[in-house]
Write a protein that binds this ligand. Sequence first.
Ligand SMILES: Cc1ncc(COP(=O)(O)O)c(C=O)c1O
Ligand SMILES: N[C@@H](CCOP(=O)(O)O)C(=O)O
Length: 461
Amino acid sequence: MRYISTRGQAPALSFGEAMMTGLARDGGLYVPETVPVLPAAEIAALAGLSYEETAFRVMRPFLGDTFTDAEFRRLIAAAYAGFDHAARAPLVQIGPNHFVLELFHGPTLAFKDFAMQIIGQMMQAALAKSGQRITIVGATSGDTGSAAIEAFRGLKNIDVVILFPHGRVSEVQRRQMTTPTESNVHALAMEGDFDDCQARLKDMFNDFAFRDGVHLAGVNSINWARVLAQVVYYFYSAVALGAPGRAVSFTVPTGNFGDIFAGYIARKMGLPIEKLVIATNQNDILDRALRTGDHRTNGVKPSISPSMDIQVSSNFERALFDAYGRDGAAVAAVMDEMKSGGFRISQGALQSLRETFASGRCSEEETSATIAATLAATGEVLCPHSAVAVKVAADHLGPVPMITLATAHPAKFPDAVQAACGIRPALPPHMADLYDRPERVTRVPNDLCALQALIRERIAL
Ligand SMILES: Cc1ncc(COP(=O)(O)O)c(C=O)c1O
Ligand SMILES: N[C@@H](CCOP(=O)(O)O)C(=O)O
């Protein structure tokens, strides 16, 4: 199994190399050269298996010889041992043909734990073999950062530096990143929005002297391994509802397009997914792009679903790569246009995207109303991101079961949830004293040189 860049100018890599490399050296994203298809009988055989065994069978074909089977099983067991629900990702029915997949039972209460916990295990195993030391730099709109810190805190051979947009994450998210006491954790509150944080992160990857000097690694969904680990729960939930004998659709609250792209990979692997519905908040570039073909930013507007306050969705590039017939030069050209605000998707590419994806947008008022209505009708308390998806899913219900991804625990966004439905969700016991813990954070400008200097100084400590 080899991985190639969406821009066609970087060397093909093995799984292990792609995981440790992050962004391709031509600025593109790694994708599998070919996606392995699971025969229907193998998908049917997933029925009734544990989440861990499902993860082994779904991810194994992508790994090549990076880990032995026994080693990989051990890493998976360790990754999911800290989840507080036996099912790991339970399905809850909220309507006649509508199910919510709860992805917030991991240690930091967001879906990011599903991938970050296994990446943490895999990277540590790889580093134990190579003896290398790395600097992970991550950009976050709130959830990736805390999940990464949780997965890598206290490790001797890894520093984890997280850039988050100052004032644009919830208080719980911020405290999750600023209260860990381990000296290898560095939380940086940057001026600007998430798109600025992600742009500076990509600048760091594209500065080879810096990248090689600090042994830069990435755990954002830039990293193919992140996307792969998220493919598992599409299989796990669809099979629970009758796949491969019965098709399903998914609605996914979308920001950086990593989660829904994992669903796209599951579909390419043979999982019968009728539609993948992109659900956006008022930062609706992807909904506009799919409806009109015009992929153009109009500025990030802060919302009550802050983790989705994104206009430059990194993984959309991976979808465009397929939609443009895997033509790296064409992808590089549209990504170049993106630097000046946007581009028009070609008719052929748009048609191809529409075969798999549908989309919808949810306003702030609709988000709050959905939290209240879902609680009243079902007893389920949704976080604002999950509510965005439930609203959009409701507009796309059809004959096949709809699975809507609930991506974060409502207690991460207590103010928005309380304002919407009157209930202030409590943090679980392991985080009960979060508001009492001292914070450690550095304010930083949106300036590449200043960031690089600070990171060099920190990792020299
Ligand atoms: C709670 C929550 N929901 C949804 C999303 C969107 O996911 P993605 O960026 O993979 O599209 C994010 C951030 O990524 C998130 O933190
Ligand atoms: N919403 C995300 C943004 C980063 O996404 P990633 O999947 O690329 O890590 C967050 O919570 O940080």
